[in-house]
Design a protein around this ligand. Structure first.
Ligand SMILES: Nc1ncnc2c1ncn2[C@@H]1O[C@H](COP(=O)(O)O)[C@@H](OP(=O)(O)O)[C@H]1O
Ligand SMILES: [Mg+2]
Length: 253
């Protein structure tokens, strides 16, 4: 039997390949493509989890919330397509597949984020990651980038960038933004005003394993598998930037 980390990676990669194929061959676009991709990816990942981890619970953006997960020792937290809007837009690479595993005793214990349009999947391991310029070319100067939602950027975006002497870059998908920080193409990802556990669980599992600081905008810990899955804000950053960033974002918490 594969390890949980390997399974998370395999599922995210295979679902991503399915999504790339649907995008290329379905003839759909925009919201219809997003909906079809969400459903097919969700079906695929849940069927594989049922077969390979039948005793585990699942929380997925695209499936009914079975509250039995609240007493389960292990819960897979899945976002079948993160950045659905970008997935539905031709040529965009900033969308992702998220597969994370939470345990009642240890919190997030495995995670994988696939960036299928770039053909790469990141795991919660300590393998070094180097920038490849696939999402956002590494800036020529020293100005660190703060990546934020393109459609719902937080009000403090510019203040955070000022606090670290950097600049704001808008990008789709929580997973893609978190991986831009993992890849060194950005120094921080900040978000506020709305999000759910599946948007951040796998990105946070990967980012933490790579040595980045992850938490709420008030500096507190991110807690998963809650009854209410709304987890509206998030900071993922290089650890040395944590205090400067939280100094700004905590005022809005
Ligand atoms: N204010 C908000 N309320 C609810 N969800 C939000 C949100 N802002 C961002 N999100 C979700 O967070 C993910 C990343 O968003 P963004 O691309 O804007 O950064 C998207 O997930 P999905 O694409 O899985 O729906 C999006 O729906
Ligand atoms: Mg999402």
């Amino acid at each position: 039997m594969s390890t949980d980390r390997v399974l998370a990676g395999d599922l995210a990669t295979a679902a991503g390949e399915l999504l790339v194929e649907i995008r290329a061959t379905s003839g759909l676009a925009g919201k219809e493509l997003g909906k079809a991709g969400d459903l097919r990816s969700d079906e695929f990942i849940l069927a594989r989890l049922r077969a390979e981890r039948p005793d585990d619970a699942v929380l997925s953006e695209e499936s009914a919330d079975d509250k039995q997960r609240l007493t389960a020792p292990r819960v897979w937290i899945v976002d079948p397509v993160d950045g659905t809007r970008e997935y539905g837009t031709e040529g965009r690479t900033d969308w992702a597949v998220h597969v994370a595993l939470w345990s009642a005793t240890d919190g997030l214990i495995a995670g994988a984020v696939a960036l299928p349009a770039l053909g790469v999947t990141y795991l919660d391991d300590t393998e070094p990651v180097t920038p490849t310029g696939g999402l956002a070319a590494v800036p020529a100067g020293d100005r660190p980038r703060v990546v934020v939602s393109a459609s719902r950027p937080p009000a403090f975006s510019a203040s955070v960038a000022d606090a670290i002497g950097g600049e704001v870059l808008a990008m789709g998908s929580a997973g893609a933004k978190a991986m831009a920080v993992v890849r060194g193409e950005a120094a921080a990802y900040v978000h506020a005003g709305g999000q759910y556990e599946w948007d951040s669980a796998a990105p946070v599992a990967v980012a933490q394993a790579k040595g980045l600081w992850c938490g709420r905008i008030d500096g507190s810990e991110l807690v998963y598998n809650r009854d209410d899955t709304y987890l509206p804000d998030l900071v993922i950053c290089r650890p040395e930037l944590r205090d400067a960033i939280i100094g700004i974002t905590s005022a809005d918490a």
